[in-house]
Design a protein around this ligand. Structure first.
Ligand code: NCD
Length: 323
């Protein structure tokens, strides 16, 4: 258990005075296999049972966690809050809409303010790729990336990995197909890095307009047709079209998009018999996925993804605080 006494805080401040010494969770890219497995194992210990599901633990007793979300969020912000509270921390949800950021304060001035308040962990979501890394360089406490632009969403990829591992017993060797707006999706990017590190076979299916540039360097197989991409898939991950990041016309119409790239029973039929469906949420039912298929409890793991969200974020908070 961590000790929230003054000595510990002083040591923590000294240790983190050098940015390099500070342990953050900013991206899956560059994270080792061992680090991923350690986070998944720790998260697993918090799933179900009485090891943390309802009971308030004292692992982060006396520590403060600030959730700083510059973008809308339901699952991520709420589950970080629940995770921090279950570990005994005090949680502050900073609303950007009512903060000085709206008055023009820069990101770096916000960092200086939060440093001065002796924050213990900062969880940040920001619409710009790289903003969370920039903020972390200025913070004296660990920072966890809750999603930055189209760059990374590391905790979502860990959630997805734990969900797959729980159902399939492994990640390596599985054919995982990520479908939809890969270009603007931080979830896709984090998942691609994690699944490659864990030696899964990663495929993407997307219209030409929604494939990111530099995809060749990401080590995935690219398809533009669901019937070829989904063949013999073990896991199918559907993505929402990231309208908030799209300027201009990337898809002709939601109806046409659903016809070619929406997951329905017919397209799903070419996957393996025991294939599973995932989606990070929020879903646009009838655009990227058939509503009834999304709710099929035999095939869809979407509910399980939300369920393990708190456990994964507990593991991340504990890990950064213990580093
Ligand atoms: C994702 C995100 O914010 O990137 N949602 C989430 O965190 N569960 C995916 C999305 O918004 O489409």
């Amino acid at each position: 258990m961590l000790r929230a006494d003054k000595t510990h805080k002083t040591r923590k401040t000294q240790r983190c005075a050098s940015v390099k010494a500070c342990r953050h969770i900013l991206a899956i890219e560059g994270m080792s296999r061992d680090a991923i497995v350690a986070l998944l194992d720790k998260a697993q210990s918090y799933v179900g049972g009485d090891s943390g599901k309802r009971r308030r633990l004292s692992v982060l007793e006396g520590y403060s966690v600030i959730n700083l979300f510059f973008e809308n969020s339901t699952r991520t912000r709420t589950s970080f809050e629940m995770a921090a509270k279950r570990l005994g921390a005090n949680v502050v949800n900073m609303s950007v809409a009512t903060s000085s950021i709206k008055k023009g304060e820069t990101l770096l001035d916000t960092a200086a303010t939060l440093n001065a308040m002796d924050t213990d962990v900062l969880v940040v979501r920001h619409p710009c790729s790289g903003a969370v890394v920039l903020l972390a360089e200025k913070m004296t406490c660990p920072v966890i990336n809750g999603g930055d632009g189209a760059h990374e969403h590391p905790t979502q990829a860990l959630i997805d990995a734990l969900t797959i591992r729980s159902r399939k017993g492994r990640l390596s060797g599985l054919k995982v197909v990520i479908c939809g707006d890969v270009k603007h999706s931080r979830v896709a990017r984090s998942n691609i890095h994690l699944l490659n590190t864990m030696q899964a076979e990663v495929h993407i299916v997307a219209p030409y307009t929604l494939v990111p540039s530099g995809i060749d360097e990401l080590g995935v197989r690219v398809h533009h047709d669901m019937h070829t991409g989904l063949r013999d898939a073990d896991v199918i991950m559907m993505l929402r079209i990231q309208k908030e990041r799209i300027h201009g016309a990337y898809v002709s119409s939601p109806r046409e998009y659903y016809h070619f790239f929406g997951l329905d029973r017919k397209k799903f039929a070419v996957a393996k018999d025991d294939a599973v469906i995932m989606h990070p949420g929020p879903m646009d039912r009838g655009v990227e996925i058939d509503s009834e298929l999304a709710d099929d409890i035999d095939r869809s793991l979407i509910h399980q993804q939300v369920e393990v969200g708190v456990a994964v974020r507990m593991a991340c908070l504990q890990t950064v605080m213990e580093s």
